[in-house]
Ligand binder design. Structure first.
Ligand code: PLP
Length: 445
C-alpha cells in the first residue's frame, strides 16, 4: 500500500464546511490537552478559540474522558424513546442551572437542531408564525436556523423558511441608531424593535430569537437593560423570548447562561457546545413549564434518532458536575476581569489598528480598523480573497507565535477554554499584542 499522509488523504476525500475546497489547508491535529493542541508538523498552539468556541473545559479533560469510558462500557446507544439514567441526570443538572422556572429539556445533537426545534415549539405553542431575529447573528446551518441567521451565511440558502423578519440589535460602536451612549443605544434599539413588532403585526409574532451576547458576529455585549426591555416587549405583546445560548451558555461569559448576567428569563433557551465541550455531539432546548404543558396531551411533532444519546448525556452530566465543583463560570468571570480586560486595554492603547475591545468572561473581540476616526473596518464586511488579506496576515502572525484565535470579518475573537491557567492566558495575550503590529501596518488614518 502506498504510504500516504493523513493530510493527502484528507484533501482527497473530505469535504469541508463553509469552504472553497481547493483553497483550504486544514491543519492535521494529532493531539491536545487542556488549552493546547498539536499538529502533525510538531507545532503546538495555545487554543484561544476553544476549537469552535465549544471546548469550554479544554481538550482531554480527564473527568470527561472517564465519563465516556464508563458509559461506553455500560451502554453506547439506545432509542430516543427510552429513558436512561444518564439522560435523566443530564436533564436534571441542566435544569438546575437553567434560568427561572425553565426545567424540561429536549435533547438534540447540536445547536442548529436546537434552534430548529425552538422555532417549532414557539410556533406550535403560540399559534403564531413569525420569528423576529437579529442582524449580526448566527443560529446554525439548517433551513430554519440559517434563515434566522443575520449575516452572509444565510444568503445562499435564501429564500429559506417563511416568516422570519430581521431587526437591528444594540451595537454602540457601529450604531444603527446614531446613538452616542450605551443608554441611548439601548433605548433606540428597543424603540426600533417595538416598531418592527408593530409593523409585522404583534399577534403574528411567535418569538423573538436572539443571542443574549452575540457570539461569532462580534461579541456584542448588550447595554444594561436591553434584554430586560426585550423581555418586557415580549410580555406586552404575548411574544415568546428564545435565548440562543449555544455559544455563550455554560460559562463562556462568566455566568452559567448569559441571560443570568441581567437576570432575564427566556421562555425557551437553546444550548450545545459548552454543555459537554463537544466530546460527543449534544445540544438541546430548555422549555418553560407553560410551553412543556402545551405538549402534555398533544404529541410534539419532532424528534431525532440520537436525541438524548447516552454517551453525550453521560459526558454532559459529568461536565456540569465539573462546572459545579470547580466553579467554572466564576473562574471565567474573574479571569476576564483581572487578566483579559486589563491586557486588552493596554493593547487598545498601544495599537492604532484597534478600534474597540469588548467582551465578558472569557469571550472577547478586538475590532480592527484602518482608521480610528472614521472607524473604517480593516477589511470590508464579508471580505474574502485578497480583500481579506490584512486579517489573514494577522491570523498567521498569531499562529506563528503559537496562538490560535478565531477571526470573523475585521475582528480577532478570543475564546480560550475556561480552564486555561493564568500564565497561559497571559502568554497568549502577549502573542496577540505582538501579532497586531501586522494590523498596524494597514492603518491609514
Ligand atoms: N447558535 C449559535 C449562537 C451558534 O454560535 C451556533 C454555532 O456556532 C449555532 C447556533 C449552531 O450550532 P451547531 O453548529 O452546533 O449546529
Amino acid at each position: 500500500m502506498v504510504d500516504r499522509t493523513s493530510r493527502e488523504i484528507d484533501r482527497r476525500h473530505v469535504f469541508y464546511p463553509w469552504a472553497a475546497q481547493a483553497r483550504i489547508e486544514p491543519v492535521v491535529v494529532t493531539g491536545g490537552a487542556g488549552a493546547r493542541f498539536t499538529d502533525d508538523t510538531g507545532a503546538s498552539y495555545l487554543d484561544f478559540a476553544s476549537q469552535l468556541v465549544h471546548a469550554n473545559l479544554g481538550l482531554q479533560h480527564p473527568r470527561l474522558v472517564a465519563a465516556i469510558h464508563r458509559q461506553a462500557d455500560r451502554l453506547c446507544t439506545v432509542s430516543p424513546n427510552h429513558a436512561t439514567d444518564v439522560k435523566a441526570e443530564a436533564a436534571r443538572l441542566i435544569a438546575t442551572h437553567a434560568p427561572g422556572e425553565l426545567d424540561t429539556v429536549f435533547f438534540t445533537t447540536g445547536g442548529a437542531e436546537a434552534v430548529e426545534n425552538a422555532i417549532r415549539l414557539a410556533r406550535l405553542h403560540s399559534g403564531r408564525h413569525k420569528i423576529l431575529a437579529a442582524y449580526r447573528s448566527y443560529h446554525g446551518a439548517t433551513a430554519g436556523a440559517v434563515t434566522a441567521t443575520g449575516e452572509p451565511r444565510r444568503w445562499a440558502s435564501e429564500p429559506g423558511i417563511p416568516g422570519v423578519v430581521h431587526f437591528f440589535g444594540p451595537y454602540l460602536y457601529r450604531s444603527a441608531f446614531h446613538a452616542t451612549t450605551e443608554a441611548e443605544e439601548r433605548d433606540r434599539a428597543l424603540e426600533h424593535l417595538e416598531q418592527v413588532i408593530c409593523f409585522e403585526g404583534p399577534d403574528q409574532v411567535a418569538a423573538i430569537l436572539l443571542e443574549p451576547v452575540v457570539g461569532t458576529n462580534g461579541v456584542l455585549v448588550p447595554p444594561d437593560g436591553y434584554l430586560a426591555g426585550v423581555r418586557e416587549l415580549c410580555d406586552r405583546y404575548g411574544i415568546l423570548l428564545v435565548a440562543d445560548e449555544v455559544m455563550v451558555g455554560f460559562g463562556r461569559v462568566g455566568e452559567w447562561f448569559a441571560v443570568d448576567a441581567w437576570n432575564v428569563v427566556p421562555d425557551l433557551l437553546t444550548f450545545a457546545k459548552g454543555v459537554n465541550s463537544g466530546y460527543v455531539p449534544l445540544g438541546g432546548v430548555v422549555l418553560s413549564p407553560a410551553i412543556a404543558a402545551s405538549f402534555a396531551d398533544h404529541a410534539y411533532p419532532g424528534g431525532l434518532t440520537y436525541s438524548g444519546h447516552p454517551l453525550a448525556c453521560a459526558v454532559a452530566a459529568e461536565s456540569v458536575r465539573v462546572f459545579e465543583d470547580d466553579d467554572i463560570p466564576a473562574r471565567a468571570r474573574r479571569l476576564g476581569e483581572t487578566v483579559v480586560a486589563p491586557a486588552l486595554a493596554k493593547i487598545a492603547a498601544a495599537h492604532p489598528s484597534v478600534g474597540e475591545v469588548r467582551g465578558r468572561g472569557l469571550f472577547w473581540a478586538i475590532e480592527l480598523v484602518a482608521d480610528r476616526d472614521s472607524r473604517r473596518m480593516l477589511v470590508p464586511y464579508n471580505a474574502s480573497g485578497p480583500a481579506a488579506e490584512p486579517m489573514s496576515r494577522v491570523l498567521a502572525a498569531c499562529k506563528r507565535r503559537g496562538v490560535w484565535p478565531f477571526t470573523h470579518f475585521n475582528r480577532l475573537q478570543l475564546a480560550p477554554p475556561l480552564i486555561i491557567d493564568e500564565a497561559d492566558l497571559a502568554e497568549g495575550l502577549a502573542a496577540v499584542d505582538e501579532a497586531l503590529a501586522v494590523a498596524d501596518e494597514y492603518v491609514t488614518g
